[in-house]
Design a protein around this ligand. Structure first.
Ligand SMILES: Cc1cc2nc3c(=O)[nH]c(=O)nc-3n(C[C@H](O)[C@H](O)[C@H](O)COP(=O)(O)O)c2cc1C
Length: 393
């Protein structure tokens, strides 16, 4: 029998699904509800010293939708509006009511040693299991020299990590930004500075769009906007890439985040090096209840594969990442068209012709693949409106 339990840095996770630092973890009552519904843990909405001003804008969200499905989500939201004391009381309450759930305090402070260390010392004495340092919020905070302004500089990231490690009595994860040219450089800087683990990714800096009648960009704050943070299923490939790149260069535990909307996404993150995962946007779109299907799906998958726990799945795909130069190039895949599904619309022929290769044509009413021209790029299989084309070697 497989289990979803896993252990990271001595912390027992009853399942590898955590709520990421965001609105679903902004209120104690909500976290209480999420724990009751089965989430394994929560990273709190980022806590700051009480004197750091948080004045929010409205509107603060914008979405990219296909039909009713939210594919991409932008926010320009700031950090927690609870005081440090409210968090301390809430942590105590949550620990008593949910003793087995993992509680992680996400924190951020101005770049002043005492400010970071005071915050850490305050939460050392609480029942949290770990800290997550938010070096990665891409909006609002960078203007004050914090958030992503820290996480885009290896030296500043390392300095603050050292300050925190001097006083932290709980494991410390550093949450990294994808908005850098080399995430490994920042990961290695904080690892060398003593971080116990890493979390990736925070949101991808973005601008959702522009209303072409009014020229007002989105999200619309009384006609204006600011660059925001992109999340949701659209960012999963960026998150996977970042986690895999970090795993290729570091053995530290990784909390995988970014576009996880079901157990399958979570499993992919784990195969690329994540120890456990965090979810934000999918919960904001569909509610805490998604946890049931996530737990059930991952457990069934582990059992079907003969794995005992998520840790058996960890890193399984890493060995299959290689430099382009060393990819196995002696074989080629060709399109195979299922004549029972193909409606002979000819779209694949047009697209193949207009995107370099001209390898497809009609032949007696069927689609013919000209093997000498086909390079096996797979474009036809992705654009077929009927899903009638499969690539095979
Ligand atoms: C509305 C909103 C608020 C967020 N607030 C925080 C925050 O306070 N601290 C933080 O570290 N990350 C914050 N995030 C980032 C998420 O924790 C997460 O890293 C990101 O959304 C990617 O995961 P997802 O695709 O599952 O949403 C926020 C994200 C959203 C959408």
């Amino acid at each position: 029998m497989a289990t979803l339990q896993t252990k990271v840095l001595g912390i027992d996770f009853e399942n590898p699904f955590l709520l990421a630092s965001a609105p679903p973890t902004a209120k104690i009552e909500s976290i209480d509800k999420a724990f009751s519904l089965g989430w394994g843990g929560a990273v709190f909405k980022t806590i700051t010293p009480d004197n750091l001003e948080m004045i929010e804008a409205s509107q603060r969200y914008a979405t990219w939708k296909q039909g009713n499905k939210v594919c991409g989500f932008e926010n320009i939201e700031l950090l927690s509006h609870l005081t440090v004391q409210q968090w301390l009381d809430g942590i105590k309450f949550l620990r008593q009511k949910h003793p087995t759930k993992v509680q992680i305090a996400s924190i951020m402070a101005p770049v002043v040693k005492e400010e970071w260390q005071n915050l850490v010392k305050t939460f050392n004495n609480s029942a949290i299991d770990a800290f997550e340092l938010n070096f990665s919020c891409p909006h609002g905070m960078p203007e004050k020299g914090i958030g992503m302004a820290i996480g885009t500089h290896p030296e500043v990231s390392a300095t603050i990590t050292r300050w925190v490690m001097e006083v932290a009595e709980k494991p410390v994860f550093v949450k990294l930004s994808p908005n850098v040219s080399n995430i490994v450089e920042i990961a290695k800087a904080v690892e060398d500075a003593g971080a116990d683990g890493l979390a990736a990714i925070n949101t991808v800096q973005s601008l959702m769009g522009v209303d072409l009648d009014t020229f007002e960009p989105m999200p619309n704050v009384n006609g204006k906007t600011t660059f925001g943070g992109y999340s949701g299923m659209a960012v999963k490939p960026i998150g996977l890439r970042c986690v895999a790149q970090i795993r290729q260069h570091s053995n530290l535990p990784i909390l995988g985040i970014g576009g996880i909307s079901n157990w399958h996404d979570a499993a992919e993150y784990i195969t690329l090096g994540a120890d456990v995962v965090q979810v934000c946007t999918e919960v904001m779109v569909n509610g805490y209840g998604i946890i049931n299907a996530m737990k059930k799906g991952l457990l069934q998958y582990l059992e079907a594969k003969g794995f005992n726990s998520p840790s058996d799945l960890k890193n399984r795909a890493i060995k299959n990442l290689s430099a382009h130069e060393t990819l196995p190039k002696s074989t080629q895949a060709y399109p195979h068209i299922d004549d029972n599904i193909c409606v002979k619309c000819g779209k694949c022929i047009t697209i193949c012709d207009e995107s370099e290769h001209s390898a497809l044509s009609f032949d007696n009413g069927a689609i013919n693949v000209e093997r000498n021209s086909c390079v096996g790029c797979s474009l036809c299989s992705h654009i077929c409106p009927q899903n009638a084309i499969k690539m095979r070697i």
